[in-house]
Design a protein around this ligand. Structure first.
Ligand code: NAD
Length: 263
């Protein structure tokens, strides 16, 4: 049996670091024919593409702001122009925004988080779906979150955006089930990435506290999230559609961390 991504043309957004970078490298290791990596951070996403090429793969870096419809259209157009099709899209780019309870959330923070993550993910899905319809099939995986399923106090815009991504995922799954397109999402729990380090102020104490708040007393490695995403994209998940796959080591099985624990 070949790799999970054997021969596939893959697109990963938010691929400059964290879960997206881990997924780009894993898609390559699982046999992808080409891995297109997109991110707003041009330098770091170039580095990801270079890592794919250094490992013997085909990696193409694109600087893309997923909140910009023209840039998103160009991202998929370029992918198809270079590699002929788009088999798997992992819509993973995201921003946490500033932590503040709902009454203290600014309009600027709200618009930034909703505009980037919810609108941006929809823009990506819209363009990818059009391509997948034209070519006769494909698989999309979105990065949702445990914040798609339960409350994340002090992150109201993030939580609303992630719940929105869950709804978009399930809606598109049903809309395109007869078109040979599957749409799923992973719901990561606490994962060690740039976003996590920025939220925790890069303080080992804060990271330690977050780890202790988890049922398994540890934070996930980005690769553990990437493994779920790559598998959901693969033909081995052929009857899985509209699923929100929780990858949180049980964190939402019995509740989530409290505001005090996050602060
Ligand atoms: P990360 O910060 O390492 O990766 C996020 C990437 O998205 C960055 O490379 C960033 O430059 C990119 N990005 C931000 N805005 C963008 C835009 N407008 N256009 C294109 N790219 C943009 O963090 P991560 O944890 O790997 O995050 C990946 C996804 O996982 C995000 O959607 C995040 O919400 C989700 N998530 C993370 C955690 C966690 O604990 N780290 C938990 C649940 C869900």
């Amino acid at each position: 049996m070949g790799g999970l991504a054997e021969g596939k043309v893959v697109l990963v957004t938010g691929a400059a670091s964290g879960i997206g970078r881990a997924a780009a490298l894993l898609f390559h290791r699982e046999g992808a024919r080409a891995v297109v990596v997109a991110d707003i951070d041009a330098d770091l996403v170039d580095e990801t593409a270079e890592m794919v090429r250094a490992a013997g793969g085909v990696g193409l870096a694109l600087e893309v702001d997923i909140a910009n419809a023209g840039a998103v259209d160009a991202m998929v157009t370029r992918t198809v122009g270079e590699f002929g099709r788009l088999d798997c899209a992992f819509n993973n780019a995201g921003v946490a925004g500033k932590a503040a309870r709902t009454a203290d959330c600014t309009e600027e923070n709200w618009d930034f988080v909703i505009g980037t993550m919810l609108t941006g993910t929809w823009l990506c899905m819209r363009r990818e779906l059009r391509q997948m319809l034209a070519q006769g099939g494909g698989a999309i995986v979105n990065t949702a979150s445990v914040s798609s399923l339960v409350a994340s106090p002090a992150l109201p815009a993030y939580t609303a955006a992630k719940h929105g991504i869950a709804g978009l995922t399930k809606t598109a799954a049903l809309e395109y089930v007869l078109d040979n397109i599957r749409v799923n999402a992973i719901c990561p729990g606490a994962t060690l990435s740039r976003m996590m380090l920025e939220n925790a102020g890069a303080s080992p104490d804060a990271l330690e506290r977050i780890a202790r708040s988890q049922p398994g007393q540890r934070i996930s490695d980005p690769l553990e999230q990437a493994q779920a995403a790559v598998w959901l994209c693969s033909d081995r998940a052929s009857f899985i559609n509209g699923t929100l796959l929780t990858v949180d080591n049980g964190a939402t099985a019995g509740g989530t961390m409290s505001h005090e624990e996050r602060a």
